[in-house]
Design a binder for this molecule. Structure first.
Ligand code: TXD
Length: 310
């Protein structure tokens, strides 16, 4: 490891390995890949290192089953966790992943007290709240990835519908991850034009519904496992915004302390990401209908968090 930023990725499964891949392809820093399964992080790190000559990156990669190699990380991405198995309730998953994420946070923070944490493990909003509590880090340095993915899905569907470049499409989403997320069509644009001027309310509603069910649509196609390319790409957009101090505004799960009428809870809203983490929470006025949908989403997040008794 050298003078480049140091990025630890915990969980070398589908999302974690893809995060490592995109991170080195963009040469954002050196990567330490951690997993409990023996051989997997080592094998994937070595394999990715051997793609370096072809892709032209010099980032170093290390795979490990321990945490000593993670010491002094600038940024830690946590994807470790279980997926829901048959017979397992959402609550079973909540408690199991809380145990995993809690343990991981203790291990990484003791060795990298200055790191910024990005949480990916589901249920996302509850896991990021737990990670913040356990880490005792300032809230600006503990951030959850979900909104970038949800808005990227929405942007994909808008671009397909209107047959325009995805690069022309921006989208604005709020709320918790998944089925209660709140897309804001009047702030979602194509080359600056709100989609409310380009699409009928019915078509917008259909795209919104498909976005909210975006994760489930992929699970039903893949059968085993869930989405990982877009989740990893979304995570790496956050990594890049932070390490390059871009001041990029992205929807992330962040700690609200009164903003949007919410206090003491992690929820997805647009934030400015820079080298110190969440540098600003971007606020905008919601219509009564938008605020009601947001409040409902916040209620669902709060319900999960309360079960954890943090
Ligand atoms: O928008 C979002 N936030 C999400 C969330 C988008 C996609 C995936 N999302 C969630 O991320 C998903 O529901 C899972 O909770 C995580 C990881 O998903 P992934 O698809 O990567 O799951 P895998 O392939 O099962 O990988 C999980 C890895 C696996 O290799 C385990 O061995 C490892 O986590 N694992 C651990 N690593 C380290 N330490 C501990 N304790 C541990 N336990 C399991």
């Amino acid at each position: 490891m050298g003078a480049r930023p140091k990025i630890t990725v915990v969980g070398a499964g589908n999302v974690g390995a893809s995060v490592a891949q995109y991170t080195v392809e963009k040469e954002l820093g050196d990567v330490v890949l951690v997993d409990v399964v023996e051989g997997i992080p080592q094998g994937k790190a070595l394999d990715l290192a051997q793609a370096g000559p072809v892709h032209g990156y010099d980032s170093h990669l290390v795979g490990t089953n321990g945490y000593d190699e993670t010491a002094g990380s600038d940024l830690v991405v946590i994807t470790a966790g279980l997926a829901r198995k048959p017979g397992m309730t959402r609550d079973d998953l909540l408690f199991k992943n809380a145990e995993i994420v809690g343990g991981v946070v203790e291990q990484v923070v003791s060795r990298s007290p200055d790191a910024i944490l990005i949480l990916v493990t589901n249920p996302l909003d509850a896991m990021v709240q737990l990670a913040w509590k356990k880490s005792k880090l300032p809230a600006k340095r503990v951030i959850g990835m979900a909104g970038v993915l949800d808005s990227s899905r929405f942007r994909t569907f808008i671009a397909q519908e209107l047959k325009v470049s995805v690069e022309n499409v921006t989208a604005f989403v709020l709320g918790g991850h998944g089925d209660t997320m709140v897309p804001l069509p009047r702030y979602s644009t194509v080359a600056g034009i709100p989609i409310t001027e380009l699409l009928s309310p019915e078509r917008i509603e259909a795209l919104v519904t498909r976005t909210a069910n975006g994760g489930a649509e992929i699970v039903s196609l893949l059968k085993a496992g869930s989405a990982y390319y877009a989740p990893a790409a979304s995570t790496v957009e956050m990594v890049e915004a932070i390490l390059k101090d871009k001041k990029k505004i992205l929807p992330c799960a962040t700690y609200l302390d009164g903003q949007y009428g919410v206090k003491g809870l992690y929820v997805g809203v647009p934030v400015k990401l820079g080298r110190s983490g969440v540098e600003e929470i971007i606020q905008s006025k919601l219509t009564p209908a938008e605020q009601a949908a947001f409040d409902k989403s916040v209620g669902a997040v709060r319900e999960l968090v309360e079960k954890l008794k943090l």
